[in-house]
Design a protein around this ligand. Sequence first.
Ligand code: NAD
Length: 292
Amino acid sequence: MQRSVLIVGAGAMGAGIAQVCAQAGWDVTLSDVEQQALDRARGSMRSSLERLARKGVVRETPGIVLRRVRPLLWEENAPESQPDLTLAIEAVPEDLGLKRRILAALETACGACTIIATNTSGIPITTLSEELTEPGRMLGMHFFNPPALMKVVEVIQGEQTTSETFQAAAELVREMDREPVLVRRDLPGFVLNRVAMTASNEAIRLVQEGVVTAEDLDRGVRGAFGWRMGPLETVDLVGLDVVLAAREEIFRRTADPRFEPPALLRDLVERGHLGRKTGRGFFRHEDGKGEG
Ligand code: NAD
């Protein structure tokens, strides 16, 4: 059956998700309030597809894949009616009010059979679905960055999501050539970020207490557990400010000490050592050496 998807928000995630769906042969509408964002998205999809074609990962030419992606300027008050859509995904910035407005507009514009998904990284699915008329057909589809390379997608069941929606969404993710991780409870941080956060928080605390250097810890984790990147290298890549904000948010919501930001993380952020983007975080990126 020919699948069709509407993605609202053509930023880093929206463009990547559009590419994944187009590679799977779906009809894609990629929508944004900014024409510039739509243009940028096309450029980033093209260069990613060229790289994947060079590596032999994608057999079709970038032109053929991109022909399946229709750009659309998003009209919030009068969204184009899409009665036959399989799936609608919102990938706008992490703002509760904005996401709720987009989801409500999607519910109005789409047919009764369309599954409605959010790519939120942290807002509870249940909170996002509260103002919908049919919250049963809404759920979380959490792609990882960059979607074109990351094979896993968390499929998250909100309190109101029906099991039919949940199972159907997992099947759609498989059709996109991605592996669904079925998250059956709407927990703060879902599943994979909770695991990543607790691991890296413990790593930061062990370095903070002088038990181990950052270099030794990451080398050990890579060697012992087969992780491609150590937890501290990952934190440096994501950005210490982003990592701190995510922990503050989840700690505020749960008061769970596992998520409390360690003092060393705060200290590095206060000193402007934000990781790769500033050349220094847990490691110095000019020479790749740990600072312990
Ligand atoms: P982004 O800022 O790169 O893109 C957001 C896009 O939404 C922009 O192009 C913007 O023009 C558009 N937009 C803003 N308001 C709009 C509106 N009213 N209608 C239509 N489009 C609108 O953001 P992103 O990094 O792609 O993140 C999008 C979502 O995905 C967020 O909820 C984020 O938390 C989540 N997420 C991000 C990552 C990541 O690593 N970047 C990973 C997983 C999930």
